[in-house]
Design a binder for this molecule. Structure first.
Ligand code: ATP
Ligand code: MG
Length: 180
């Protein structure tokens, strides 16, 4: 599985549709200060279901919608689509390519879809559970996070290993079953 494509529209500084194609291997995003490099990483976190505005460096979720500039009006919604190559089947769904889309309006409403079919946020969490991608994954290591991992309590650090070995799904199912 690898990140194949990212399409960003109306998210933070990207008023026009931005399409980024990635290949297998290493890609680097370079650019001057304030040009939007971190906004790209934020868009990946967001499309995979991030619910915390603070994690996305804002104070409320609406802050991720393009706010306008001197000669450009603010936009009414933001939309990001992330596409993974799934030819190795690491994502448990029978598609060779998996696209996740999230759209948000100023009212705060979010819509999600998997390969064009609308779904719940929960479906996205479940799809990426144990893949290392996703909200609780370790595929995005932010500034300061390494320190946090090293100095965290053993119980908290254990979660990272559980995700890596792929047992989070089963632990969650057990918890759900116990609730019923
Ligand atoms: P650095 O090298 O300093 O880390 P960077 O390339 O990571 O910079 P970003 O933090 O991604 O830069 O981009 C910051 C820019 O995004 C700022 O100019 C900010 O005004 C703009 N920005 C953030 N949110 C919005 C928004 N909702 N609407 C318009 N512009 C926004
Ligand atoms: Mg940055």
């Amino acid at each position: 599985m690898y990140l194949k494509r990212l399409e960003i529209q109306g998210f933070k500084s990207f008023a026009d549709t931005l399409k980024l194609d990635f290949n297998k291997g290493i890609s680097a995003v370079v650019g001057p200060n304030g040009s939007g490099k971190s906004n790209i990483a934020d868009s990946i976190r967001w499309v995979l279901g991030e619910q915390s505005a603070k994690t996305l460096r804002g104070s409320k979720m609406e802050d991720i919608i393009f706010a306008g500039t001197q000669n450009r009006k603010p936009l009414g919604f933001a939309e990001v689509t992330i596409t993974f190559d799934n030819s190795d089947g690491k994502i448990p769904i029978s598609f060779g390519e998996v696209s996740i889309t999230r759209r948000i309006y100023r009212s705060g409403e979010s819509e999600y879809s998997i390969n064009g079919t609308s779904c719940r946020l929960r479906d996205i969490y479940e799809l990426f559970m144990d893949t290392g991608v996703g909200k609780e994954g370790y595929s995005i290591i932010g500034q300061g996070q390494i320190d946090r991992i090293l100095s965290s309590k053993p119980e908290d650090r254990r979660f990272l290993f559980e995700e890596a070995v792929g047992i989070v799904k089963y632990k969650n199912r057990k918890l759900e079953a116990e609730k019923k």
